[in-house]
Design a protein around this ligand. Structure first.
Ligand code: CO
Length: 486
């Protein structure tokens, strides 16, 4: 298992390099190298020797709990991988490369028609994949389960249904108030100084630079080659301070989680993250519950003002705090505030569900998309580029991924509330810049377990109940009532 991990992490190094430093002429050679390494690791993982060993081990009763977990999870992964024929895997990866290219081309001109044939091919393949994987109930369940084990249409319908109305009510109230002025964030913030500030921010919040780095890439992401080498990336927009700052804190949350996974379990399931929604709970917790809180900026704002005296010297912390929490329905998911964000996810979830069950076809997507943006957020989509072509996910074949983003925010609110209950000094410590209090708590209650528990098991173990949207709604309504004077 550790040798397979060696290959996979070597592959991750190549992919990280591709997004950060690789010269453009290397595209073809790199694609070969990546393909060879993934083929090798796939071969090793589906090898009969490993399979027989796992089945043998699975029969032994007197193993320790963690050992048993490692074996049963490895067997689960093995069985998932072997459900899909090798021929299909090759076909899917070939269509994915072409589909990604056609999405890039379509986005350039904002013309969905360019992407449509490949996307139709992709959707057909995904339906076939669902059949290979098998499912109970809705066909979409097979795909959802790939990203969030145990997630179903039934469960997500319930979650999304229950947050919709309370969120809508809160947004309606906010819309009656004067809009927040965020012009202070949109001044000119030179690249170099933003970079320096971000590195300082990461250090203060506990990112271990002896076990990781930050670099620049077009789309921010986190990857790791072990818990002792975690790479995060950011991007800088000189005319929008918020762009870099909160994506940096978001990736920091992912990075801290990766650095906190047990290195003694290298290559084994217990050394991996619990699930995508738990991963996202860590990024959203740092980005929003900490990074957009007043307490956090009571500590950071004076530091920030020193870095940007011209831009922020005359700004009060109150107006800065309001600016960084401005709520406004918008077109782009990744730039949305933490309230309207969920509607972006709900729209994608409903669309994918309908696509999988055949209620809509690929050529219906633009019209359906625009209709839903009008319905949920009351905005007109000017073109497909800012509409249904904005996300990379479908071109990668990632159907079923989006819901994990919302689940992550909802878990974050529940975990943060639990942390505040258990650590009465938490808010004061954050005001003093002592982020270690929170980080140690997360390490102890979440990070150290790796993949030992499912999302729901972890949530119950930590908070005494499964995911409950009331925590997010209470957090949101208290925070925004105060900001908007509701
Ligand atoms: Co994330």
């Amino acid at each position: 298992m550790q040798k397979i991990a060696d290959l996979r992490y070597a592959l991750a190094v190549l992919q990280w390099d591709q997004e950060t430093y690789m010269p453009p002429k290397s595209n073809e050679a790199r694609a070969r190298q990546v393909a060879t390494l993934s083929e090798l690791s796939h071969q090793m993982f589906t090898d009969d020797g490993l399979k027989n060993l796992l089945y043998e081990l699975n029969k032994i009763n007197d193993l320790q709990e963690d050992e048993k977990k490692n074996i049963s999870l490895s067997l689960y992964d093995y069985e998932q991988q072997t459900k899909i024929p090798g021929e299909f895997v090759r076909k899917l990866s070939e269509v994915t490369s072409r589909s990604f290219q056609s999405w890039v081309d379509a986005r350039k001109t904002g013309n969905f028609k360019i992407f449509e044939p490949l996307l139709a091919e992709m959707v057909a393949l995904k339906k076939q994949e669902a059949d290979y994987l098998g499912y109970e109930g809705h066909i979409y369940n097979a795909l959802l389960n790939q990203y969030e084990r145990g997630a179903t249409v039934q469960m997500l319908d319930r979650v999304f249904h229950s947050i919709q109305q309370p969120l809508k009510n809160l947004l309606d109230k906010i819309s009656t108030k004067p809009p927040v002025d965020d012009s202070t964030l949109l001044k000119h913030f030179p690249r170099e100084q933003q970079w320096k500030f971000s590195m300082d921010l990461l250090k203060k919040m506990g990112f271990d630079f002896n076990a990781g780095r930050q670099d620049i890439s077009e789309h921010p992401f986190t990857t790791s080659f072990s818990s002792t080498d975690v790479r995060i990336t950011t991007r800088i927009d000189e005319n929008d301070f918020g762009n870099m700052t909160w994506s940096c804190i978001h990736e920091l949350g992912h990075g801290l989680y990766e650095q906190g996974l047990p290195s003694s379990e290298y290559g084994l399931p217990l050394g991996e993250y619990a699930s995508l929604s738990i991963h996202e709970s860590q990024s959203r917790l740092w980005e929003n519950n900490v990074g957009r809180s007043l307490a956090c900026w009571q500590f950071l704002f004076p530091v920030l003002q020193q870095s940007f005296p011209e831009q922020l010297g005359k700004t009060s912390i109150e107006s800065f705090y309001k600016a960084i929490n401005k709520v406004q329905p918008s077109l782009i998911r990744t730039e949305a505030d933490e309230l309207t964000y969920h509607f972006h996810v709900i729209i994608r979830y409903e669309l994918e569900k309908k696509l999988m069950e055949g209620a809509i076809q690929v050529n219906d997507i633009p019209a359906y998309w625009n209709e839903q943006y009008k319905k949920y957020l009351d905005i007109d989509v000017p073109g497909d580029k800012q509409g249904c072509l904005q996300d990379v996910h479908w071109s990668h074949g990632s159907f079923g991924y989006f819901p994990t983003y919302s689940l992550g925010s909802l878990y974050a609110a529940q975990f943060f509330k639990e942390a505040s209950n258990q650590l009465p000094e938490l808010n004061v410590d954050i005001q003093k810049g002592q982020f270690q209090t929170l980080l140690s708590w997360l390490r102890e209650h979440i990070h150290q377990y790796g993949r030992k528990y499912t999302s729901e098991e972890l949530c119950v173990k930590l908070t005494g109940e499964p995911l409950n949207i009331e925590y997010f709604m209470k957090y949101a309504s208290e925070k925004y009532s105060q900001i908007y004077g509701l």
